[in-house]
Design a protein around this ligand. Structure first.
Ligand SMILES: *Cc1c(COP(=O)(O)O)cnc(C)c1O
Length: 425
C-alpha cells in the first residue's frame, strides 16, 4: 500500500490549503511584509529535514546523525556571507558571522537582547506608532517589560526619523542597545548616523532589516553590514525565503550571539527552514534578484505617485523602499473599513497607524501598502496604475457591494495573467 497523500489522510486541511492557494492566486497581495516563496523554497521547507534534531552548531552538535544537516547549515551560511558580505561597508565576508537558527524575526531580536543586555537596561528603538517594531521595546512586548525602553519618533513636519532627537535621547538616557529598523517606514535609514550616535554613547548598534533584507542584498538600500554591531532579519519578507530568522554580526560578537540563540533561547534548529533559507540565498545571488528588487522599489514609487495624484495622503510624500503609508483622512474613511472593503475587492493590505495618528491603534487612519509580492508576480508600472484606480474606486464607494464586486472581478482577471511563484494554478 502506498502511503496516503494529504488529500487522503486529511481532506479537510487539504481543502483549506487548496482554498488558500486559490485566494493567493486570485487576489493582489499588498501586505508589505508578505511575498511568494518559490516552489524550490517550499520544496525544501516540506522536506525530510523537518525530522531531524540538531541542537548545537555544525561539528558541535548534541545529537548524532548530522552528516547531512551540518552541510545544509554550512551551505546556508556560506551563501549568506557571500551575498551580504558583498554589501558590507567594511570587512566584507572576512569579519562576518552568520547565525541561521532563529525561528523567526522576533526570536532573532530577543537573542540580541540576551547577548548584550541585562533586565532593566535602557534600550532605544523607533516607537511602534512611528513605524517601529514591537520587539524594539514596545510596552506590550517582553522587550518593553524587561528593559527600560526609551522610544524615539519621527519629525512632526516631514514624518522622517529625527536623528537629532535620537542623539539627544541617547545622550540623556545612555542606552545599552540602540535599534535601527522599521516595519512601517517608507524612507532610507541612515545607518552611518546611527553608528556615530551609538559610538558617542557607547551603545551596541543593532540594525533590524526584516522588511528590507532583500533590498539590502540587491544593493537597492544601503547595507548596515559592517556598520552595525549586529544585524537581524526575517527571511520571508523582501528576501522571499521561508518563514525564519537570521543574524549577522562582527566576529567579535559571534560567540555571544550563538550562545544567545542556542542554548539561551531555543532548542533544536528548524533544519527544513535552514535548507529553504539556503535555497532563497542562492536565488538572491542570481542577477535576476537584483532586477526584482529594483522593480519592487520602482513599482512602489509609481503606486505612491498615482495615489498622490488621486488625492490620497502618502506620508513623507512618497517612498524610497518597498512600502508606503497612506493617510486616508482626506478621503473621510478610516484605515480598517478601507482595508476591509479592499479585501472584499481582492486587494489585500493592512490598516496601519500614521505618525501622530489622532485615532486609536485598533482603528487608525491609514493603510500600509507594499509591492514585494505583486512584483514577484511580474507586475509593473501599468499594473500599479490600475491598482491605484481600483483602490480609489473602492475607497470612494466602500459600502457599494456592486461596485466592489466589479473591482473584484477585474482584479481576479488581472491576477490570472500574472501567476505567482510557488502557486499551483
Ligand atoms: C516582521 C518584523 C519582525 C518580526 O518578525 P516575525 O517573523 O514576525 O517574528 C521584526 N522586526 C521587524 C522590523 C519586522 O518588520
Amino acid at each position: 500500500m502506498p502511503e496516503r497523500t494529504l488529500l487522503d489522510a486529511d481532506p479537510e486541511i487539504a481543502k483549506l490549503i487548496d482554498e488558500e492557494n486559490r485566494r493567493e492566486h486570485e487576489t493582489m497581495r499588498l501586505i508589505a511584509s508578505e511575498n511568494y516563496a518559490s516552489r524550490a523554497v517550499m520544496e525544501a521547507t516540506g522536506s525530510v529535514l523537518t525530522n531531524k534534531y540538531s541542537e548545537g552548531y555544525a561539528k558541535k552538535r548534541y545529537y548524532e546523525g548530522q552528516q547531512v544537516i551540518d552541510q545544509v547549515e554550512e551551505l546556508a551560511i556560506a551563501r549568506l556571507k557571500k551575498l551580504f558580505g558583498a554589501t558590507a561597508a567594511a570587512g566584507g565576508e572576512d569579519d562576518l558571522h552568520v547565525n541561521v537558527q532563529p525561528y523567526s524575526g522576533s526570536p532573532a531580536n530577543l537573542a540580541v537582547y540576551l547577548a548584550f543586555c541585562s533586565p532593566g537596561d535602557v534600550v532605544m528603538g523607533l516607537g511602534l506608532p512611528a513605524g517601529g517594531h514591537l520587539t524594539h521595546g514596545h510596552t506590550v512586548s517582553i522587550t518593553g517589560k524587561y528593559f527600560k525602553s526609551v522610544p524615539y519618533g519621527v519629525r512632526r513636519d516631514d514624518h522622517r526619523i529625527d536623528m537629532d532627537e535620537v542623539r539627544k535621547l541617547a545622550k540623556e538616557h545612555k542606552p545599552k542597545l540602540l535599534w535601527a529598523g522599521t516595519t512601517a517606514y517608507p524612507r532610507i535609514l541612515d545607518f552611518a548616523a546611527f553608528r556615530s550616535i551609538a559610538d558617542e554613547v557607547g551603545a551596541i548598534l543593532a540594525a533590524d532589516i526584516a522588511h528590507i533584507s532583500g533590498l539590502v542584498a540587491a544593493g537597492v538600500h544601503p547595507s548596515p553590514i559592517g556598520v552595525a554591531d549586529v544585524v537581524t532579519s526575517t527571511t520571508h519578507k523582501t528576501f522571499r525565503g521561508p518563514r525564519g530568522g537570521m543574524i549577522f554580526c562582527k566576529k567579535a560578537h559571534a560567540a555571544a550571539i550563538d550562545k544567545a540563540v542556542f542554548p539561551g533561547l531555543q532548542g533544536g534548529p528548524h533544519n527544513h527552514t535552514t535548507a529553504a533559507i539556503a535555497v532563497a540565498a542562492r536565488e538572491a545571488l542570481e542577477p535576476s534578484f537584483k532586477e526584482y528588487a529594483k522593480s519592487v522599489v520602482a513599482n512602489a514609487k509609481v503606486l505612491a505617485g498615482a495615489l498622490v495624484e488621486k488625492g490620497f495622503g502618502v506620508t513623507t510624500g512618497g517612498t524610497d523602499n518597498h512600502l508606503m503609508l497612506v493617510d486616508l483622512t482626506s478621503k473621510n474613511i478610516a484605515g480598517k473599513p478601507a482595508a476591509q472593503a479592499l479585501d472584499r475587492a481582492g486587494i489585500v493590505a493592512n490598516y496601519n497607524a500614521v505618525p501622530f495618528d489622532p485615532r486609536k491603534p485598533f482603528d487608525p487612519s491609514g493603510l500600509r501598502i507594499g509591492t514585494p509580492a505583486v512584483t514577484s508576480r511580474g507586475m509593473g508600472k501599468a499594473e500599479m496604475e490600475k491598482l491605484a484606480s481600483w483602490i480609489d474606486r473602492v475607497v470612494a464607494k466602500s459600502t457599494d457591494e456592486a461596485e466592489i464586486a466589479k473591482v473584484a472581478a477585474e482584479v481576479k482577471d488581472l491576477c490570472r495573467g500574472f501567476p505567482a511563484p510557488g502557486i499551483r494554478v
